[in-house]
Design a protein around this ligand. Structure first.
Ligand code: AMP
Length: 284
């Protein structure tokens, strides 16, 4: 079957209605495009679990702050379509902004508490309100049975799982592990912004996570010590400018002094104008 390119909500609802009539399950993979192998891994996970896979490619204006990279964000819809088709995606949803946010748009989904006030929630005010809003809309439009998100944006997954539970939305949210380049750099559409030197410097993210994981495995459970190890290693890289280095319980993102259950090491670091995030899980 040829991949369908769908630009309007009405057309997507027709597509979904036809699929649902046949009793088939729908998997949704939301993206902002400029697709890489990380995204395609999500598509493959969706293919494995669901009969029909819908990808969305939408640079969502409401999740960008006024001084962020909304205008500069890479838009490569044609090559994205070729990639999506190559992994067997059935339909791609690629609406204009006005299709999802018509004039006088006023309805937003906000998630309160520790899980949004920390990490990227603290550094990017309004970001997760934009994410929760657009993802809710995509859930309503596609009636997805399963939706797939990357651990790369672990806080996003925590927030989505929370509002899906709290608002009784009928979708199973799946978290897919981080896909990295051979040298360890987590794949990201924003890696395109990096100069050659910055790309090399950015290896400090995965290297410091690996070192912290090793320290943990060798018995270091003290969060302050782990954070200090990470900070020192990242600060030793001249092109790196730390936004945050944190270790929290996972998935509740609570402050901890020692690692007991599962915890997340989360990093946000600037290289020139580009802000990259990465993370690793430790503990049980
Ligand atoms: P984005 O287009 O950057 O908003 O990402 C769309 C989805 O792909 C999100 O669920 C991301 O977490 C996921 N994703 C992005 N990069 C990676 C990666 N390197 N590995 C796995 N998933 C990823």
């Amino acid at each position: 079957m040829q991949m369908k390119v769908i630009k309007t909500v009405a057309e997507m609802k027709n597509f979904v209605r036809a699929v649902k009539k046949t009793g088939k399950t729908i998997g949704l993979v939301p993206t902002m495009g400029a697709l890489h192998k990380g995204h395609l891994t999500l598509m493959k996970a969706a293919k494995e679990k669901c009969d029909i896979v819908i990808a969305s490619v939408f640079v969502n204006p409401t999740q960008f702050g006024p001084n962020e990279d909304f205008a500069a964000y890479p838009r490569e819809f044609e090559s994205d379509c070729a990639k999506l088709e190559s992994v067997g995606v059935d339909a791609v949803f690629h609406p204009e902004a006005a299709e999802l946010y018509p004039s006088h748009y006023t309805a937003y989904v906000t998630v309160d508490g520790d899980i949004t006030s920390k990490l990227c929630g603290a550094r990017r005010p309004g970001h997760f309100r934009g994410v929760a809003t657009v993802v809710t809309k995509l859930f309503n439009i596609t009636e997805a049975d399963h939706a797939f998100f990357g651990q790369k944006d672990a806080q996003q997954v925590v927030i989505i799982k929370r509002f899906v539970r709290d608002l009784n939305i009928d979708v199973a949210v799946e978290m897919v592990p981080i896909v990295r380049a051979e040298n360890g750099l987590a794949l990201s559409s924003r890696n395109k912004y990096l100069s050659v030197a910055e790309k090399k410097a950015a290896l400090v993210l995965s290297a410091s996570l690996k070192a912290a994981k090793e320290a943990y495995t060798n018995g270091e459970k003290n969060v302050a010590v782990l954070k200090s190890l990470l900070t020192k290693q990242i600060q030793a890289e001249p092109l790196a400018d730390i936004d945050y280095v944190e270790v929290y319980s996972f998935p509740d993102l609570e402050e901890i002094e020692t690692v007991k259950g599962q915890a997340i090491i989360a990093l946000a670091v600037r290289f020139g104008k580009t802000r990259l995030i990465d993370n690793a899980m430790i503990g049980e």
